[in-house]
Write a protein that binds this ligand. Structure first.
Ligand code: BTN
Length: 241
């Protein structure tokens, strides 16, 4: 997949620009990057914090020729590629938290937000990665980290962004060739919390159980104290200590 990058300084959200471009027909591989975002978005309506010039902030347009009900598989492809690239090229022990967070030592280092444009058949993969932060705001300090905090090594953000975009595109090509089964297996090998007890917060209830894996579509499997296995499609997972 060819990547065509459009670099911005300050934007509200790179996902918004990518969505607008996708609506106007931007091809697969269109990549929007920015030095900072004023309204960075996370999953479930949350805000994505960044400090200017210290993070990878990018959104890539995909147009996979797969049924719309499988587009969510992209979140596994993208989060896996980010974690793998962090491990192999940035020296951090990144693991994957369902559905698509990237953690180091239990703290968030990267997040992925997939937004699907049903009308145009496009999916936008928004990726935020903490790279050069020396410190994080007090509200995040216990829950988040950066490559610099983990390794004491600083990186050029433009170069880092390019290499992450390439790693994601390569993983995407592999997924298109090999299908979800392959990425699901590799994702599972790097899954945070497998076999551990966790609290799973759904829209209307909270479940407690052991993280038992992923079903064939990528839903989370949670075995409760009575042995019932719950299949969870959307939730926040909190590890119990
Ligand atoms: C999450 O962890 O909830 C997902 C965070 C995704 C953040 C990235 S930063 C680049 C892109 N633009 C956005 O507004 N969000 C994504």
């Amino acid at each position: 997949m060819r990547i065509e990058t459009y670099r911005y300084d300050t934007v509200d959200s790179t996902n918004n620009i990518a969505l607008q471009m996708a609506r106007k027909g931007a091809p697969e591989g269109t990549c929007i990057t920015a030095r900072r975002q004023l309204k960075g978005r996370g999953r479930r309506g949350r805000v994505w914090f960044d400090s200017a010039g210290e993070s990878v902030l990018m959104s890539i347009v995909f147009r996979p020729k797969i049924p719309l009900d499988r587009f969510h598989e992209l979140s596994f492809v993208v989060s896996f590629a980010v974690a793998e690239h962090l491990r192999t090229c940035f020296g951090v022990e990144a693991v994957l938290k369902w559905p698509n967070d990237v953690l180091v030592r239990g703290m968030k280092i990267a997040g992925v937000l997939i937004e699907i444009e049903h009308a145009t058949g496009a999916a936008i993969a928004g990726v935020g990665i903490n790279i050069n932060q020396r410190e994080l705001p007090p509200s995040l300090a216990q829950r988040a980290t950066s490559v610099l905090l983990e390794t004491s090594v600083e990186h050029d953000i433009t170069r880092a962004t390019e290499t992450f975009a390439r790693a994601i595109a390569d993983e995407y090509e592999r997924y298109i060739e090999s299908g979800f089964k392959d990425i699901r297996a590799r994702w599972l090998n790097n899954m945070w919390g497998l076999g551990k007890w966790a609290e799973v917060r759904l829209e209307s209830e909270t479940l407690v159980g052991m993280i038992a894996g992923l079903d064939k579509n990528g839903a989370l499997l949670l075995r409760d104290g009575a042995g019932t296995v719950h299949t969870i499609h959307a939730a926040d997972v909190v590890m119990l200590r």
